[in-house]
Design a protein around this ligand. Structure first.
Ligand code: COA
Length: 371
């Protein structure tokens, strides 16, 4: 059968998964896997973590302006959203609850096209409150109102736990939010851009992005890092555990990356933050000790391939360290990525062209219906 493109334009080589196909121009995130660099609008991720906050970084992504004093607190949850969250079963996945909340929130807003920084700010401020509310409701606890004196990460922890986090804990989660904010044209960000390109609204773009992030091939599994560390139990037991796992053909969670060949700069930034926390919890010492052993054993097993620590490893440590239950990890990642999704939606709308690729038709030739 002859392959036919359905597009009237010149056919191009087919690349499954669009691998290597440029599908957008962006001035937001630059991922340099060979050198282990991640830049937001040209600024190094390590510098942004060291000297910035998530609100300042989100504002940088939305507007291009660097204002380290920029603030953003969590926002109240509209009644309609709270009704929807109360109606969900306690067994609902937090990602499903967050996706539902953003959808209902969108229905309560007048979100005109094109998306704006103001809309992005409002949505990014709303979502942590909604996720915290669901996390409490499913435990039979009442939601906690936002505290406008707290920045976003601290405010999320306040609404989750009903007590204000100490400065080091808030700082650690804020750093996690910064490193999770943006990572180029990944599947969920692409989804947000496709939806925006139809002139649909910002809430719809983020609902779609959450749906894409929910898939295990994208959202990752930092909770599996926690599980592996629990199984090892101590640094002394790590080497034997790691060797046995690799002998069984298993992979060490939190190591290796499709793009980064050097140490993942996000892992490096998070490790620095985690190490500087005043009260270094036991699990963090375990994580740091195990990392050295794991890197040594992986280098021995795969001398041909650079298998370094990836972001999930220290993300797991930070999220566990700030007291989040592992089933909240993926939805917390989604909160962090709100800045990137919404910034890409604004950028897409700024030079919009409907995203409409073509398909190579491989079905039957024209034919008559039987009978
Ligand atoms: N532990 C042990 N071995 C690993 C490994 C890991 N974490 N990551 C890769 N390898 C090995 C593979 O077994 C393979 O060896 P082989 O050729 O002898 O079979 C080799 O390294 C290349 O692996 P490959 O799957 O081609 O690399 P990739 O670039 O496609 O994979 C990941 C990238 C992230 C999927 C992979 O490193 C992985 O599964 N890591 C663990 C899960 C994880 O941490 N995910 C979060 C990513 S942010």
């Amino acid at each position: 059968m002859t392959a036919m493109t359905e597009s009237p334009t010149t056919p191009r080589a087919y690349s499954p998964g669009l691998e290597g196909v440029p599908a957008a121009e962006t001035a937001l995130g630059r991922v340099d896997g060979e050198a282990g660099r991640l830049l937001y609008r040209g600024y190094r991720i390590g510098d942004l973590v060291a000297r910035g906050t998530y609100p300042a970084v989100a504002n940088l992504l939305w507007t291009g302006d660097w204002d380290p004093a920029h603030r953003l607190s969590t926002a109240p949850v509209p009644d309609a959203v709270m009704v929807a969250l109360r109606a969900l079963p306690a067994t609902a996945k937090p990602m499903d609850a967050l996706r539902t909340a953003v959808s209902v929130w969108g229905a309560t807003q007048q979100l005109d096209w094109p998306p704006t920084a103001e809309q992005a700010r409002a949505l990014t401020a709303f979502s942590p409150s909604a996720l915290a509310a669901f996390a409490r409701l499913r435990q039979g606890l009442e939601p906690v109102d936002p505290d406008p004196s707290l920045d976003l990460a601290a405010g999320f922890l306040w609404q989750l736990k009903g007590s204000a986090p100490d400065a080091a804990t808030a700082r650690a989660l804020d750093a996690y939010f910064i490193v999770g904010a943006e990572h180029g044209l990944n599947a969920s960000t692409f989804t947000a851009r496709v939806i925006t390109s139809t002139r649909s609204d910002l809430a719809s773009a983020v609902v779609g992005a959450i749906g894409a992030l929910k898939g295990p091939l994208h959202g990752g599994a930092p909770s599996e890092v926690v599980e592996q560390l629990h199984q090892m139990g101590s640094v002394e037991h790590a080497e034997a555990w790691i060797r046995a796992a690799l002998d069984r053909g298993e992979r060490l969670m939190g190591f290796g990356h499709r793009v980064y060949r050097a140490y993942d700069p996000r892992a490096a930034a998070l490790r620095t933050v985690a190490e500087s926390m005043e009260l270094k919890p036991d699990w963090l010492e375990l994580a740091i000790g195990v990392e050295d052993v794991a890197l040594r054993v992986l280098a021995e097993r795969h001398p041909e391939r650079a298998l370094k620590t990836n972001v999930e490893y220290y993300a797991a440590s930070v999220l566990q360290g700030v007291g989040l239950s592992p089933d909240l990890f993926p939805a917390t990642f989604a909160l962090a990525r709100h800045a990137g999704w919404t910034a890409h939606a604004i950028e897409q709308a700024g030079a919009n062209r409907l995203i409409r690729p073509s398909a190579i038709y491989i079905g039957a030739d024209e034919r008559d219906l039987p009978g």
